[in-house]
Design a protein around this ligand. Structure first.
Ligand SMILES: [Zn+2]
Length: 438
C-alpha cells in the first residue's frame, strides 16, 4: 500500500515501521511515569547515552532534569543591601535550617560533638560524618553537606545490568547488519549523582567563603570522592561546580555536584591514551620528567601563561585554552586527590578560592561597564579509579587538576560547525590579567 504523504513530502511517523527506537523510548517513558514514587529523590524519567552513528560522539539524554526548580535569576543583590543580610533565604532549599527540603544528607562536615557545638573555629575541630543514620543532621550545625540529587543525570544509582561499554557499542556499529543496530545504539544511564552544598550561608561564589568554609568544603569533596572510589562500581568520579545561570546553575546558593560514572568518559579516555603514548616515548628516550612535570617545567620557564606557583601547585592558563581566561590548578606531584593529606588539601582549597577571586576581579577590570557577577564552572579533572598515579609506575601520567572556566562566551555557529572552540582572549593576555588581580 502506498504511504500517505504530507504536503511537504514528510511521511507521518506512525507509518514508519522501522523507527523502533522512537517507540521504545515512548514505552519506557510510559512505564517509568507509572512507577515513579514521591520519595525525596525523584527518578530521572529517562536516562541513556546515545551514540551518534556518524560522528561517534556520545550524548546523555536525561529527561526529567528540566523539571528542576530554578532560582538563579532571583535574589540578585541590590547594591544597597549588604551581603550579610542575604546570608539566609527562607525559600532556599540549601540554606541551613531548610534541610527538610532536600534528601537526607549522606555526609556532612560539622563541629566535633565533643567540642562546644557551634563554637568550633578551626578546621581540626570539625569532622566529616558519613552515616546511614540521618536523624541528627538537621540538629548539627553543618558547614557543608552532601545528598543525592533530586533531579539526577542518571535513572539508576547503581551499576547497569548490560555489559556494553562505549567502546564495545562503537565497535559493533561497524559490523551491524540491521538499521536499528546501525543507527540507534544506546547504553542505559547509570551512575551516582550527588549535590554537595559547600556553605550553609546563602552565598554565590567561593570568593565569599571564609578560610574555614572553603577548607571544610574540600574535605567533604575528598571524603565523598573516596567513598565513590571505595564503592567499587564507578570507573570515574569527579566534582564540578556551576555558578550563575549562564554556567548552568539552577540554584543561586553555592553548591557543587559529584557524579560517579560507571565508565571512563570519552574525553578522559582520550587524554589517557595520549599521555600513555607520551610516557612510552619518554621511557624509550630515557627522559626523566613525566608529562605533567615536563609541561609545568616548560610553562614555568616560559612564564607568560603562569599566574602563580608554590612548591606544590602551579596556577596557569593553558597554552591552547578552549575558553577565555580558562585557568588550571595543577599539582607538582603525583597522587590521587582522594589521598591528599590535610595540609595539601588546605593549601589547594585556599588557592582555589584565591584563583576564583582573581578571576572575578579580572572580569570587573576588563569589563568595567558590566555589573553582572562572573558566572563560572569549576571541574576536577580527576584520575580514573584504580589508576592512582602513585600506585602504579606505568600509569604515572595521570594527575588530578582543577579547571576553572569563566562563562564569558557561548558556543556559536563556528564552534558547533567545526567542533573547535574560538577563544577571544589569548592565555598570555589572560594570565597577565590574573597576575594583576591575584
Ligand atoms: Zn540558600
Amino acid at each position: 500500500m502506498k504511504q500517505p504523504i504530507l504536503l511537504n513530502g514528510v511521511v507521518p511517523i506512525e507509518s514508519v515501521n522501522f523507527c523502533t527506537a522512537f517507540f521504545d523510548h515512548r514505552n519506557i517513558l510510559e512505564k517509568t511515569t507509572n512507577t515513579i514514587d514521591n520519595s525525596a529523590v525523584a527518578s530521572t524519567l529517562f536516562s541513556e547515552y546515545r551514540l551518534d552513528p556518524a560522528t561517534g560522539l556520545w550524548t546523555l539524554i536525561a529527561e526529567g532534569r528540566d523539571a528542576r526548580p530554578s532560582n538563579t535569576e532571583k535574589l540578585v543583590a541590590p547594591s544597597n543591601v549588604s551581603v550579610s543580610k542575604l546570608e539566609y533565604d527562607s525559600d532556599c532549599p540549601f540554606c541551613r535550617g531548610n534541610e527538610e527540603r532536600t534528601p537526607v544528607a549522606v555526609a556532612f562536615a560539622a563541629p566535633r560533638l565533643d567540642s562546644d557545638g557551634t563554637g568550633a573555629r578551626e578546621v581540626d575541630e570539625f569532622e566529616i560524618v558519613e552515616s546511614s543514620s540521618f536523624a541528627e543532621v538537621p540538629k548539627r550545625a553543618w558547614f557543608s553537606r552532601a545528598f543525592e540529587n533530586k533531579y539526577p543525570f542518571f535513572r539508576e544509582n547503581f551499576e547497569r545490568k548490560e555489559i556494553s561499554t562505549f567502546e564495545s557499542v562503537d565497535k559493533s556499529f561497524s559490523i551491524a547488519k540491521s538499521s536499528t543496530r546501525l543507527f540507534f545504539n544506546s547504553i542505559s544511564g547509570c551512575g551516582r549523582h550527588e549535590v554537595i552544598v559547600d556553605s550553609p550561608r546563602h552565598l554565590r561564589s567561593w570568593s565569599e567563603f571564609t578560610d574555614l568554609e572553603i577548607k571544610l568544603a574540600f574535605r567533604l569533596f575528598r571524603s565523598r570522592l573516596k567513598a565513590s572510589r571505595d564503592d567499587g562500581r564507578f570507573a570515574y568520579s569527579f566534582v564540578f561546580k556551576n555558578v550563575g545561570s549562564s554556567a548552568g546553575a539552577s540554584q543561586r546558593h553555592t553548591h557543587c555536584q559529584l557524579t560517579g560514572n560507571v565508565e571512563i568518559p570519552p574525553d578522559v579516555k582520550r587524554e589517557m591514551e595520549r599521555l600513555t603514548r607520551y610516557e612510552r616515548l619518554r621511557k624509550t628516550r630515557g627522559e626523566e620528567y613525566s608529562f605533567w612535570d615536563a609541561l609545568l617545567e616548560a610553562e614555568l620557564r616560559a612564564q607568560s601563561r603562569v599566574v602563580a606557583a608554590s612548591d606544590r601547585f602551579v596556577v596557569y592558563c593553558p597554552y591552547a585554552s578552549r575558553f577565555p581566561v580558562q585557568t588550571e590548578i595543577c599539582p607538582r606531584f603525583d597522587g590521587a586527590f582522594e589521598d591528599y593529606d590535610d595540609s595539601v588539601l588546605d593549601e589547594l582549597a585556599l588557592l582555589a578560592r584565591r584563583t576564583v577571586a582573581a578571576l572575578e576581579k579580572g572580569k570587573r577590570r576588563r569589563y568595567p561597564d558590566d555589573p553582572r557577577p562572573l558566572d563560572y564552572n569549576v571541574v576536577l579533572k580527576n584520575v580514573p579509579t584504580g589508576l592512582d598515579s602513585c600506585r602504579c609506575e606505568e600509569l604515572c601520567f595521570a594527575r588530578p587538576r582543577w579547571l576553572i572556566f569563566p562563562s564569558l562566551v557561548k558556543k556559536a555557529g563556528f564552534e558547533i560547525g567545526c567542533g573547535i572552540d574560538v577563544n577571544p582572549i589569548s592565555p598570555e593576555t589572560a594570565a597577565r590579567l590574573l597576575r594583576a588581580t591575584f
